[in-house]
Design a protein around this ligand. Structure first.
Ligand code: HAM
Length: 406
């Protein structure tokens, strides 16, 4: 027997219902906020992720599904969605337009991680990316958008925010941090030691309890921000307060991807175990330029769909559509023909085995049909169909031509 690969799974039945319900709700909110749908390829040039997500990140370093294709190209199955959207933005010369662009997407992402609860090798993200808007009001709005999605889905969360500064204030902070880390080097793990050289702020995110202890009194980026970053961060906090969105500042929140500057945030759930981040994002004002586009401010986020699915209840759907059955072999052709008409605009199930009425009523109930429509000997003779409304319990024999007009 061949099973799905480790860390990958099929999506069917109730889970598929939940998945599609999530996508409906999230897509509608994104559209209300002015976003339009974009689909980019799953396979991209490996260089795209190396230059955006960053060579020092775990994603690029350890987790890429990367291979050489039959044409000798170095390609990679996308580990996240932002890089492809930015590549689309630049490939289509949208960076040369004065307009602002808001794009949303969803689809599978691939990371060769160690699978555990809430962590898969193939998982799905729903994301939004906004280009051309430098105002901190956009940072607030994107957080508001996510909180609207979670509110509609009845999902509880805590929101953590941070500012990672900009090219003016980050370098000086990085130097201060490196001096602090150098002094503690011997007591930090191997990963931290590697990161001191490649991307020191990522050290702040180390999950090793011993490193966490060593880093308790590390200098904080939020006390080293330049005037403009500080002003924006204060404004973001006041906008969240003004609009009743609770948050905590986590100055160790640095995110696992290298492209962020200024605002970074994560939505966390306390109900799904260790892999608790249900959404993450932030500003990436320099990424378009890093990928050879014209400098364009940008901000976005992605929600991990598998993780929120554990928190969603799909509202019970009202019964709908028709169940068709025959009580005589000779009536089966007729119900198949009638069902064909009804299928044009209703949900329809057809039972191909002739059965007693009671069995058909049971079948209709099982598939949550609104109507049970049956033809037996009498109906065949009179050119009618017997229809029961399973909600109002009303039942009638109707001329077939009238039934088809209903
Ligand atoms: P990320 O934080 O790497 O950000 O991923 C976003 C979300 O995807 C996480 O919060 C989590 O819910 C989910 N996720 C990540 N890895 C896995 C996994 N192995 N299994 C299941 N779920 C997972 C990004 O990917 C950025 N592109 C977000 C962004 C968009 N930033 C700006 N724009």
């Amino acid at each position: 027997m061949i099973n799905p690969l480790r860390g990958m799974k099929d999506l069917a039945f109730d889970d598929a219902k939940k998945f599609n319900y999530f996508l409906d709700v999230a897509s509608n909110v994104a559209k209300n906020y002015g976003y339009s749908y974009l689909e980019t390829p799953i396979l991209e040039d490996t260089a795209l992720f190396k230059r955006s997500v960053g060579e020092s990140s775990d994603i690029v370093n350890k987790e890429m599904y990367q291979f050489i294709d039959k044409g000798g190209n170095d390609v990679c199955m996308r580990p996240e969605g932002t890089a492809g959207v930015v590549r689309f933005f630049i490939s289509n010369k949208l960076d040369r337009q004065p307009a602002k662009y808001k794009l949303y997407y969803h689809g599978p992402m691939f990371r060769y991680e160690r699978p555990q609860k809430g962590r898969f090798r193939e998982f799905h993200q729903f994301g939004c990316e906004s280009f051309g808007e430098a105002s901190v009001y956009e940072d607030y709005t994107i957080i508001e958008l996510i909180s609207t999605i979670f509110k509609k889905l009845n999902i509880g969360y805590t929101l953590e925010i941070n500012s990672l500064g900009c090219k003016e204030c980050m370098p000086a902070y990085r130097d201060t941090l490196v001096s602090f880390l150098d002094a503690k080097k011997e007591n930090l793990c191997e990963d931290c030691n590697r990161r001191i050289l490649t991307n020191p702020i990522r050290v702040l995110d180390c999950k090793n309890p011993n490193c966490k202890e060593q880093l308790a009194d590390a200098p904080k980026i939020t006390t080293s921000l330049c005037e403009s970053c500080d002003r924006d961060f204060e404004k973001l906090k006041s906008l969240l307060e003004l609009n009743g969105i609770d948050y905590t500042v986590n100055s160790n929140l640095v995110r696992g991807l290298d492209y962020y500057n200024k605002t970074a945030f994560e939505f966390v759930s306390s109900e799904i175990g260790a892999q608790s981040a249900i959404a993450g994002g932030g500003r990436y004002d320099r990424l378009v330029e890093f990928l050879d586009g014209k400098p364009t401010p940008a901000i976005g986020f992605a929600i991990g769909i598998e993780r929120v699915m554990d928190l969603i209840e799909v509202p019970k759907q009202e019964s709908s559509g028709y169940y068709f059955g025959a009580m005589e072999e000779s009536a089966i052709d007729t119900i198949v023909k009638i069902a064909k008409d009804k299928k044009q605009d209703s949900r329809v199930y057809v039972e191909f085995v002739a059965k007693k009425l009671k069995a058909h009523l049971k079948g209709a109930d099982k598939i949550d049909a609104r109507f049970c429509a049956v033809i037996g000997e009498d109906e065949l003779k009179s050119g009618t169909i017997w229809v029961k409304d399973l909600v109002t319990k009303e039942e009638n024999s109707i001329k077939i031509e009238d039934f088809l007009k209903q």
